[in-house]
Design a protein around this ligand. Structure first.
Ligand code: GAR
Length: 196
Protein backbone atom coordinates (compact mmCIF):
# COMPACT_ATOMS: atom_id res chain seq x y z
CA UNK A 1 0.00 0.00 0.00
CA UNK A 2 1.26 3.47 -0.85
CA UNK A 3 -0.89 5.79 1.20
CA UNK A 4 -1.61 9.46 0.57
CA UNK A 5 -3.11 11.40 3.47
CA UNK A 6 -5.22 14.44 2.56
CA UNK A 7 -5.39 16.99 5.38
CA UNK A 8 -6.16 20.68 5.80
CA UNK A 9 -6.15 21.19 9.57
CA UNK A 10 -3.88 20.64 12.52
CA UNK A 11 -2.88 17.22 11.23
CA UNK A 12 -3.14 15.42 14.56
CA UNK A 13 -4.67 12.35 12.88
CA UNK A 14 -1.95 12.41 10.22
CA UNK A 15 0.60 12.60 13.04
CA UNK A 16 -0.92 9.50 14.67
CA UNK A 17 -0.78 7.60 11.37
CA UNK A 18 2.90 8.40 10.80
CA UNK A 19 3.81 7.57 14.41
CA UNK A 20 2.00 4.23 14.00
CA UNK A 21 4.35 3.44 11.08
CA UNK A 22 1.59 3.31 8.50
CA UNK A 23 3.03 3.55 4.98
CA UNK A 24 2.31 7.26 4.47
CA UNK A 25 4.10 8.08 1.22
CA UNK A 26 2.62 11.50 0.59
CA UNK A 27 0.66 14.21 2.36
CA UNK A 28 -1.51 16.51 0.27
CA UNK A 29 -3.25 19.67 1.32
CA UNK A 30 -5.40 22.26 -0.38
CA UNK A 31 -3.75 25.05 1.62
CA UNK A 32 -0.70 25.84 3.73
CA UNK A 33 -1.61 24.53 7.20
CA UNK A 34 -0.13 22.81 10.26
CA UNK A 35 -0.74 19.38 8.66
CA UNK A 36 1.84 20.28 5.98
CA UNK A 37 4.34 21.26 8.68
CA UNK A 38 3.58 17.96 10.44
CA UNK A 39 4.46 16.04 7.26
CA UNK A 40 7.69 17.98 6.76
CA UNK A 41 8.58 17.39 10.42
CA UNK A 42 8.27 13.66 9.85
CA UNK A 43 10.24 13.79 6.56
CA UNK A 44 7.17 12.77 4.60
CA UNK A 45 6.78 14.36 1.17
CA UNK A 46 4.15 17.11 1.25
CA UNK A 47 2.33 18.62 -1.66
CA UNK A 48 0.12 21.71 -1.53
CA UNK A 49 -2.37 21.73 -4.37
CA UNK A 50 -3.66 25.19 -3.67
CA UNK A 51 -7.28 25.99 -4.47
CA UNK A 52 -7.67 29.06 -6.65
CA UNK A 53 -10.90 29.93 -4.93
CA UNK A 54 -12.83 29.12 -1.78
CA UNK A 55 -15.92 30.83 -3.21
CA UNK A 56 -18.87 29.84 -5.36
CA UNK A 57 -16.72 29.99 -8.51
CA UNK A 58 -14.50 27.10 -7.32
CA UNK A 59 -13.92 24.63 -10.14
CA UNK A 60 -14.48 21.44 -8.12
CA UNK A 61 -14.35 19.09 -11.09
CA UNK A 62 -11.15 20.65 -12.47
CA UNK A 63 -9.48 20.65 -9.05
CA UNK A 64 -10.46 17.01 -8.47
CA UNK A 65 -8.94 16.00 -11.81
CA UNK A 66 -5.67 17.82 -11.06
CA UNK A 67 -5.48 16.24 -7.60
CA UNK A 68 -6.11 12.76 -9.02
CA UNK A 69 -3.32 13.32 -11.56
CA UNK A 70 -0.86 14.44 -8.90
CA UNK A 71 -1.59 11.39 -6.74
CA UNK A 72 -1.29 9.06 -9.73
CA UNK A 73 2.11 10.61 -10.55
CA UNK A 74 3.21 9.54 -7.05
CA UNK A 75 1.94 5.97 -7.58
CA UNK A 76 -0.53 6.34 -4.71
CA UNK A 77 -2.71 3.26 -4.22
CA UNK A 78 -4.86 4.38 -1.30
CA UNK A 79 -6.11 7.73 -0.03
CA UNK A 80 -6.98 8.61 3.57
CA UNK A 81 -8.77 11.90 4.13
CA UNK A 82 -8.08 13.23 7.61
CA UNK A 83 -9.77 16.60 7.97
CA UNK A 84 -9.43 17.54 4.28
CA UNK A 85 -11.21 20.80 3.55
CA UNK A 86 -12.31 20.21 -0.04
CA UNK A 87 -15.15 18.00 -1.20
CA UNK A 88 -13.78 16.04 -4.14
CA UNK A 89 -15.74 15.50 -7.33
CA UNK A 90 -16.28 12.79 -9.91
CA UNK A 91 -12.80 12.68 -11.54
CA UNK A 92 -11.17 11.92 -8.20
CA UNK A 93 -13.65 9.22 -7.19
CA UNK A 94 -13.50 7.68 -10.66
CA UNK A 95 -9.72 7.33 -10.41
CA UNK A 96 -9.61 6.02 -6.83
CA UNK A 97 -12.99 4.29 -6.59
CA UNK A 98 -13.22 2.14 -3.48
CA UNK A 99 -9.79 3.29 -2.26
CA UNK A 100 -10.65 6.60 -0.56
CA UNK A 101 -11.23 6.58 3.19
CA UNK A 102 -12.51 9.33 5.44
CA UNK A 103 -13.00 9.96 9.13
CA UNK A 104 -15.98 11.93 10.32
CA UNK A 105 -16.54 13.31 13.86
CA UNK A 106 -20.04 11.84 14.38
CA UNK A 107 -21.84 8.53 14.21
CA UNK A 108 -22.90 8.58 10.55
CA UNK A 109 -25.54 8.71 9.19
CA UNK A 110 -26.19 11.12 12.06
CA UNK A 111 -24.78 14.64 11.66
CA UNK A 112 -23.11 14.63 8.24
CA UNK A 113 -21.48 17.83 6.97
CA UNK A 114 -18.88 20.33 8.14
CA UNK A 115 -20.36 21.06 11.60
CA UNK A 116 -20.94 17.56 12.93
CA UNK A 117 -19.77 18.28 16.48
CA UNK A 118 -21.73 21.54 16.76
CA UNK A 119 -24.83 19.86 15.29
CA UNK A 120 -24.64 17.01 17.83
CA UNK A 121 -24.43 19.53 20.68
CA UNK A 122 -27.34 21.54 19.28
CA UNK A 123 -29.42 18.38 18.98
CA UNK A 124 -28.73 17.64 22.66
CA UNK A 125 -27.65 14.03 22.15
CA UNK A 126 -25.98 12.25 25.06
CA UNK A 127 -23.78 10.12 22.82
CA UNK A 128 -21.97 10.96 19.60
CA UNK A 129 -18.71 9.55 18.24
CA UNK A 130 -16.77 9.05 15.04
CA UNK A 131 -16.96 7.04 11.85
CA UNK A 132 -14.30 5.71 9.49
CA UNK A 133 -15.88 5.02 6.11
CA UNK A 134 -15.23 4.63 2.43
CA UNK A 135 -15.70 7.98 0.77
CA UNK A 136 -17.92 8.18 -2.28
CA UNK A 137 -19.22 11.03 -4.42
CA UNK A 138 -22.09 11.50 -1.96
CA UNK A 139 -20.55 13.31 1.00
CA UNK A 140 -20.34 11.41 4.34
CA UNK A 141 -22.48 8.59 2.94
CA UNK A 142 -20.10 5.80 1.86
CA UNK A 143 -20.00 2.33 3.46
CA UNK A 144 -19.04 2.39 7.14
CA UNK A 145 -15.88 0.51 8.17
CA UNK A 146 -15.70 1.37 11.88
CA UNK A 147 -17.49 3.47 14.47
CA UNK A 148 -16.99 4.27 18.11
CA UNK A 149 -19.14 6.14 20.58
CA UNK A 150 -18.06 9.15 22.65
CA UNK A 151 -20.18 10.42 25.56
CA UNK A 152 -21.25 14.06 25.54
CA UNK A 153 -20.62 15.72 28.90
CA UNK A 154 -23.05 18.34 30.27
CA UNK A 155 -20.38 21.07 30.25
CA UNK A 156 -19.02 20.25 26.78
CA UNK A 157 -18.53 22.94 24.19
CA UNK A 158 -17.65 22.27 20.56
CA UNK A 159 -13.90 22.39 21.18
CA UNK A 160 -13.86 20.08 24.21
CA UNK A 161 -16.15 17.50 22.61
CA UNK A 162 -14.28 17.58 19.30
CA UNK A 163 -10.96 17.04 21.06
CA UNK A 164 -12.31 13.96 22.89
CA UNK A 165 -13.68 12.63 19.60
CA UNK A 166 -10.32 13.18 17.92
CA UNK A 167 -8.57 11.12 20.60
CA UNK A 168 -10.76 8.21 19.48
CA UNK A 169 -10.43 9.01 15.76
CA UNK A 170 -6.61 8.81 15.96
CA UNK A 171 -6.82 5.25 17.31
CA UNK A 172 -9.81 4.06 15.26
CA UNK A 173 -8.44 5.31 11.92
CA UNK A 174 -5.01 3.77 12.56
CA UNK A 175 -6.59 0.46 13.61
CA UNK A 176 -8.84 0.44 10.54
CA UNK A 177 -5.92 1.07 8.19
CA UNK A 178 -3.97 -1.71 9.92
CA UNK A 179 -6.90 -4.08 9.39
CA UNK A 180 -6.96 -3.16 5.69
CA UNK A 181 -3.20 -3.73 5.44
CA UNK A 182 -3.58 -7.11 7.16
CA UNK A 183 -6.33 -8.14 4.74
CA UNK A 184 -8.92 -8.31 7.53
CA UNK A 185 -11.02 -5.65 5.82
CA UNK A 186 -11.40 -6.20 2.08
CA UNK A 187 -12.22 -2.79 0.63
CA UNK A 188 -13.15 -4.19 -2.76
CA UNK A 189 -15.83 -6.42 -1.20
CA UNK A 190 -17.14 -3.56 0.95
CA UNK A 191 -17.30 -1.25 -2.06
CA UNK A 192 -18.90 -3.76 -4.42
CA UNK A 193 -21.29 -4.93 -1.66
CA UNK A 194 -22.50 -1.36 -1.15
CA UNK A 195 -23.34 -1.05 -4.86
CA UNK A 196 -25.51 -4.18 -5.00
C1 GAR B 1 -11.23 15.32 12.50
O1 GAR B 1 -12.10 15.41 13.59
C2 GAR B 1 -12.00 14.87 11.28
O2 GAR B 1 -13.00 13.95 11.56
C3 GAR B 1 -12.57 16.17 10.82
O3 GAR B 1 -11.50 17.07 10.94
C4 GAR B 1 -10.72 16.70 12.07
C5 GAR B 1 -9.25 16.69 11.68
O4 GAR B 1 -8.44 16.78 12.82
N1 GAR B 1 -13.04 16.07 9.48
C6 GAR B 1 -14.21 16.58 9.10
O5 GAR B 1 -14.94 17.18 9.83
C7 GAR B 1 -14.54 16.38 7.64
N2 GAR B 1 -15.94 16.49 7.43
P1 GAR B 1 -6.85 16.98 12.72
O6 GAR B 1 -6.60 18.14 11.75
O7 GAR B 1 -6.44 17.30 14.11
O8 GAR B 1 -6.26 15.70 12.22
Amino acid sequence: MSLAVLASGTGSILDAMVRADLPVALVVSDRLCPAVRCAVGHDVEALVVQRESFGADFDRVGYSAVLADRLAEHAVTMVAMAGFGTILGQPFHDRFAGRVLNTHPALLPAFPGWHAVRDALTAGVGVTGCTVHLATLEVDAGPILAQEEVLVWPDDDEASLHERIKVVERRLYVDTLRSILAGEILLESVFEGAKS
